[in-house]
Design a protein around this ligand. Structure first.
Ligand SMILES: Nc1ncnc2c1ncn2[C@@H]1O[C@H](COP(=O)(O)OP(=O)(O)OP(=O)(O)O)[C@@H](O)[C@H]1O
Ligand SMILES: [Mg+2]
Length: 342
């Protein structure tokens, strides 16, 4: 498999693409500031990611280049530990900006994702301002009169001072462009996905007490999914879609050389060879790139520059997390170490 074959890009249907200006660049969102292009070419994307120790194949680099120009989110799907989250982190580092991360989970709601009113602070202020509130209420004789009088002052308590920005609002209101990572979106419920679609379509939110808050610098957005559940077509349509599979041996070795440069070359090659073979076995949980890196680093700590059968057997637990999987791999170790298909 070539290094680009294991990642597939799909540019979504024309309906999802923002309106174009006569020059062929996307029309800026109303109120959004014009941004200079971050990358001149696909090659530049790949080179700058490599300079930040991220191996970015051509499909991925193309998606990033297009996402930046078209102001579209990227949705990255694939198994655990193949570099989805790291892509967003590296993008932020490459652009020299902050990463704003929204970690999704079951039960995640707008309050935790967008904004909340700081109830504790509001309460504290009302305690401290007890005398002032007494003055405001003076002269009222009925409960409804008092409620009306307090109502007239409500804006003081529902103002910027008491607004608690959560990741989506932080990204929208940032004073420059940030990278917004919406991680493991498949863990949140479908209703949350519908709400996300709204936010991602125009990067503006309406806070009833404050009005509409619009992004001056729309963030670059990366969503990741581990396929816990199928995502809606509507979300996929709005995004540039990437599928990250386990890397080819060539690409995995490149990652190991970059991320664990302290390891001997022969050791890194042997580890990649065995991990690639282990992935072809019928396992409960296949080892990911992070486990390959863990293994190489662990073996380096054990001061070895080659992978002997005995050492491989003793340390298989670094790449396999189930006893049954370890037993299965142990049986095949001679073939795996020799680089034969198990
Ligand atoms: N293309 C790559 N270039 C450099 N490092 C990589 C690459 N792919 C994976 N890695 C390494 O693998 C590690 C795990 O990647 P990451 O945390 O992004 O996985 P993930 O796909 O988000 O997994 P999960 O679904 O479990 O969150 C990274 O910290 C990085 O060290
Ligand atoms: Mg991740």
């Amino acid at each position: 498999m070539s290094s680009s074959d294991d990642i597939h890009t799909r540019v979504t249907a024309p309906g999802g693409v923002p309106a174009m200006t006569a020059q062929g660049t996307p029309a800026a969102q109303p109120g959004a500031a014009a941004q200079p292009a971050a990358f001149a070419s696909v090659d530049e994307v790949a080179a700058r990611f490599l300079a930040h120790s991220y191996v970015c194949d051509r499909r991925t680099a193309t998606a990033i280049h297009l996402a930046e120009r078209l102001q579209k989110p990227i949705l990255v799907e694939g198994p655990a530990g193949v570099g989805k989250t790291e892509l967003a982190k590296t993008l932020a580092a490459v652009l020299g900006t902050e990463l704003v991360r929204l970690q999704c989970y079951e039960g995640l709601d707008e309050g935790k994702a967008l904004y909340e009113w700081e109830y504790g602070k509001q309460l504290l202020y009302t305690q401290i301002l007890r005398d002032k509130i007494g003055e405001v209420l003076s002269g009222t004789s009925t409960l409804s009169e008092a409620v009306d009088r307090i109502g007239q002052q409500a804006t003081a308590f529902f103002s910027e001072k008491f607004l608690l920005d959560r990741p989506l609002l932080t990204a929208i209101r940032a004073p420059h462009r940030v990278v917004l990572l919406i991680d493991e979106v498949d863990r949140a419920e479908q209703e949350f996905e519908a709400f996300l679609l709204e936010v991602l379509s125009d990067f503006q939110v309406s806070v009833p007490e404050l009005g509409t808050l619009r992004a001056r610098f729309p963030p670059m957005v990366i969503l990741t999914s581990n396929n816990v559940r199928e995502l809606s077509d509507a979300l996929k349509r709005r995004c540039l879609h990437l599928f990250f599979d386990y890397p080819s041996a060539e690409r995995e070795l490149e990652i190991v050389r970059l991320r664990a440069p302290e390891a001997a070359r022969g050791l890194s090659e042997a580890v990649v060879r065995v991990v690639q073979g282990v992935r072809t076995l019928d396992l409960k949980k296949k080892p990911s790139v992070s486990e390959t890196l863990d293994w190489v680093r662990a073996l380096t700590i054990l001061s070895t520059d080659q992978l002997t059968p005995a050492l491989a057997e003793e340390t298989l637990n670094l790449i396999l997390k189930y006893e049954g999987d370890i037993e299965r791999a142990k049986d095949k170790l001679p073939e795996l170490l020799a680089g034969k298909k198990a």
